[in-house]
Design a binder for this molecule. Structure first.
Ligand SMILES: NC(=O)c1ccc[n+]([C@@H]2O[C@H](COP(=O)([O-])OP(=O)(O)OC[C@H]3O[C@@H](n4cnc5c(N)ncnc54)[C@H](OP(=O)(O)O)[C@@H]3O)[C@@H](O)[C@H]2O)c1
Length: 212
């Protein structure tokens, strides 16, 4: 199955995610916060093959939605837009960039748990947040390559996790499934695998060492 992917966010991360998804054979739409006319040029240059659309149109016929918007914009994001959808949460909470966000400033919860609570009618899966946008194309490898990088995948809905793990594998990474969205905290900034290029074995050992 090759679901259509809607990438919300046309800044740094969004176009890179869209490009690797297109290269993997997915149909991809890209949306920013407003009129697709505003991102038509950037999309045609940076993400050839992707369709610039209004967010609502992009999401409507998508099987997977990627949220790659700055977290400080999330409070204004309409949960109804992605109701019933599998949502990849590629966002990070960076107070130096996002400012202190009351919604996310609760150490008891990972940022994706807070995203899931707000997007109560969506199936949120955390991944793609812990790899730099510039690395995403440089480090992808075919399955079985000895230097293939691993990426964590964390979610509470097993069906959604399976779909997203398949996306991660097909774009060129080994998908390491974590035990639920709560474990996604370990993929966050400051965690043992954030921004680090690790093979599956190294990734699993890094998580295991932290848990020990
Ligand atoms: N940079 C990286 O290497 C990297 C890697 C992995 C994950 N991330 C995460 O990805 C997120 C975005 O980072 P970035 O560096 O790409 O940010 P960025 O360059 O500032 O991109 C912002 C984009 O988000 C769009 N946007 C804002 N609100 C939106 C909404 N409600 N619906 C649709 N689009 C919306 C903006 O559109 P307008 O211009 O129309 O407002 C703009 O296109 C952050 O949470 C970051 O932590 C970043």
């Amino acid at each position: 199955m090759t679901p259509r992917i809607a990438v919300l966010g046309a800044g740094h991360a969004g176009p890179a995610i869209a490009r690797v998804a297109i290269a993997a054979g997915y149909p991809v739409s890209v949306a920013a916060s407003g009129d697709p006319e505003k991102i038509a040029l950037i999309t045609s240059v940076l993400v050839p093959g992707a369709e610039p659309r209004w967010a609502a149109d992009a999401v409507r016929d998508a099987g997977v939605v990627v949220l790659s918007i700055p977290l400080h914009r999330f409070a204004a994001f309409d949960p109804g837009l992605v109701a019933g959808k599998i949502v990849i949460d590629a966002m990070n909470y960076w107070p130096p960039i996002d400012g202190v966000q009351e919604l996310f400033d609760d150490p008891r919860y990972g940022s994706s748990e807070i995203v899931q609570r707000r997007l109560a009618r969506s199936m949120v899966v955390k991944t793609l947040n812990h790899i730099g946008y510039h690395e995403l194309e440089e480090e992808l490898r075919p399955a079985g390559a000895p230097d293939r990088r691993a990426l964590g995948v964390a979610g509470d809905d097993p069906g959604a996790v399976a779909v997203v793990a398949d996306v991660v594998e097909r774009i060129g990474y080994d998908a390491v499934r974590l035990d639920g969205l709560r474990e996604g905290r370990r993929l966050q900034p400051g965690g043992p695998v954030f921004g680090v290029s690790l093979s599956r074995g190294q990734f699993e050992r890094a998580l295991g060492a932290e848990a020990a």
